[in-house]
Ligand binder design. Structure first.
Ligand SMILES: *Cc1c(COP(=O)(O)O)cnc(C)c1O
Length: 390
């Protein structure tokens, strides 16, 4: 069977740009009070590491992330790096991350001196498969001294980092007992999932430590930025300390009690973020409406389907995803070529982590589902403003 590529191009066109204009994958939008707030930083000189917007931004992030505390960082990768350190990850440990993720999840593990250990995903969420992980740990895991070790490498498995792919929450209630059974703490990579909920709880608040990103392509942006989320006051305090050079507060002395990081978010970026957060609810509504429009329009398109959230999730639909049927996966690049040639920006999924040269020899389980998703998935234009045609 062949594939009617024109019917796919038409469906993307009808939903995302019926007026025939070109569209990108995900575009930031600054039509609120962004300019006022950023200008105020410049006018007052408070552009850098101190200022009222950082505190205000952290309050807004914690509220949206459903946690008591949020610590702003310069990007999502640094938030993940520090989150792993806070979870107790040490040099020489392993951290379970999905093979199907953006490279930052694995890189942050490496920055902590640890080794990413790749796990498979499930079709229902596009995220970590708790059952496959349980089977894998039963094979390679050994419990010793209150921790889990990999019997094949001898290294401690110090954390599991589920990532909510394109905003769709991992099935955390199935993952939590596996993590608990194997004594492994969970660090949530919720960088794509601001505003998503799992069984009514906000992504980022579903484990002891969560992380967000405010990169330019995320649902709201600070230009570049991230955050560490937690309900634990001690973790929050230590997150702030580590991300601000581990300086001991004093009126004039420069004392630092450990090797900290300069990972703080500048006030200028936080100002942009405060204005963006005023739009979050609107963006979420529009992105969900856009996802519904894709799902409906593609009902009459054969050869694949639009990914739809499972019952337990309310997703931010950060990036919409079209999945070709397995037997048509070979047409993926032709679909990408045709849509992009038509001015409709589409993209394949990330190259799986174990296919990247620096992670090719890392420990991993069998990855049949991640491989299948990566072969077949195409991300569609997903900016909130695309929902405003109707
Ligand atoms: C965006 C993103 C990050 C963080 O990226 P930054 O660009 O450093 O903010 C981490 N993990 C995933 C899966 C992401 O999509």
């Amino acid at each position: 069977m062949g594939l009617d590529i024109d019917s796919i191009v038409s469906a993307v066109r009808d939903v995302s740009a019926p007026d025939g204009s070109a569209v990108v994958l995900h575009e930031p939008e600054f039509t609120g009070r962004e300019w006022d707030y950023v200008k105020e930083c410049i006018d007052t000189g408070w552009v850098s590491s101190v200022g009222k917007y950082v505190d205000e931004f952290e309050r807004r992030v914690a509220a949206a992330g459903g946690t008591a505390f949020a610590v702003a960082t310069v990007n999502g990768t640094t938030a993940l790096h520090v989150a792993f350190l806070l979870a107790g990850v040490k040099a020489g440990d392993e951290v379970i991350v999905p093979a199907l993720t953006f490279v930052a999840t694995a890189n942050a593990v490496s920055h902590a001196g640890a080794v990413p250990h790749f796990a498979d995903s499930e079709f229902r969420t596009l995220g970590l498969d708790p059952d496959a992980l349980a089977r894998h740990l039963a094979r390679v895991g050994v419990r010793r001294d209150g921790a889990c070790f990999n019997r094949e490498t001898g290294r401690r498995i110090a954390a599991i980092a589920p990532m909510h792919t394109f905003g769709h929450p991992v099935d955390m209630d199935r993952l939590a007992p596996v993590a608990a059974e194997w004594l492994i703490p969970v660090v949530e990579d919720a960088t794509e999932a601001l505003g998503s909920t799992y069984k009514g709880k906000a992504a980022g608040s579903l484990s002891r430590i969560g992380t967000l990103s405010f990169n330019g392509n995320k649902i709201v942006t600070t230009g570049g930025g991230g955050a560490i989320l937690t309900d634990d006051p001690d973790v929050a305090k230590r997150a702030k300390h580590l991300t601000t050079t581990a300086k001991v507060p004093h009126r004039w002395e420069f004392n630092h009690d450990e090797i900290g990081f300069n990972y703080r978010l500048p006030n200028l970026n936080a100002a942009l973020g405060c204005a963006q957060f005023e739009r979050l609810d609107q963006f979420l509504e529009e992105k969900r409406a856009l996802a519904a429009a894709y799902a409906q329009r593609f009902e009459t398109v054969s050869g694949g389907s639009i990914f739809v959230e499972p019952d337990f999730a309310r997703s931010n639909y950060w990036l919409n995803a079209f999945l070709l049927d397995e037997d048509l996966a070979g047409h993926r690049d032709a679909v990408l070529a045709a849509t992009n040639a038509a001015g409709l920006m589409t993209r394949p999924c990330w190259t799986l982590m174990h296919h990247l040269p620096m992670y090719a020899a890392n420990p991993r389980m069998d990855l049949p589902v991640a491989e299948s998703i990566a072969r077949r998935l195409i991300n569609l234009p997903s900016s909130p403003k695309l929902a405003r045609h109707a």
